[in-house]
Write a protein of this length. Structure first.
Length: 132
């Protein structure tokens, strides 16, 4: 990360627009992260039962941690596309350019990422099936 920040200092002044600077920085950080990507062991299941969830349930720290682990386990480019989409710094055209894909492919990638995350979270709630 320090190497990326040193590179930022030298390159950022050459990029004219604020959006361009953000896009350049995000691209470099993403590239660096992809080089160092290590997938950790799967997260433990959520222990709170569905019956305990009210109309406006409080998000427990462990739930946020588990969601972050599930998000981290998404494959690329789904993980980066969804993360950048949720950060809401760029419009769809800019996101597609950062990720080096068309807007149509970005749309499909975002849909796939959301489906994978939802599937992972549903699996977390249901737990392993037991056969007798």
């Amino acid at each position: 990360m320090a190497d990326t920040l040193v590179e930022v200092e030298a390159q950022l002044a050459q990029v004219r627009s604020e959006t361009g600077r953000r896009a350049w920085l995000v691209s470099r950080v993403r590239e660096r992260c992809l080089k160092n990507n290590v997938v950790s062991a799967p997260a433990p299941r959520l222990l709170r039962s569905e019956g305990e969830v009210g109309e406006n349930p409080e998000v427990l720290k462990i739930e946020a941690y588990l969601l972050a682990q599930r998000f981290h386990a998404l494959p690329e480019p789904e993980r980066s596309a969804l993360a950048l989409f949720y950060v809401d710094l760029f419009n769809l055209e800019e996101l597609a350019q950062i990720l080096k894909m068309s807007v149509e492919v970005l749309s499909e990638t975002l849909g796939a990422a959301r489906a994978l995350l939802k599937e992972s979270l549903n699996g977390m709630r249901s737990g392993p099936s037991s056969s007798v």
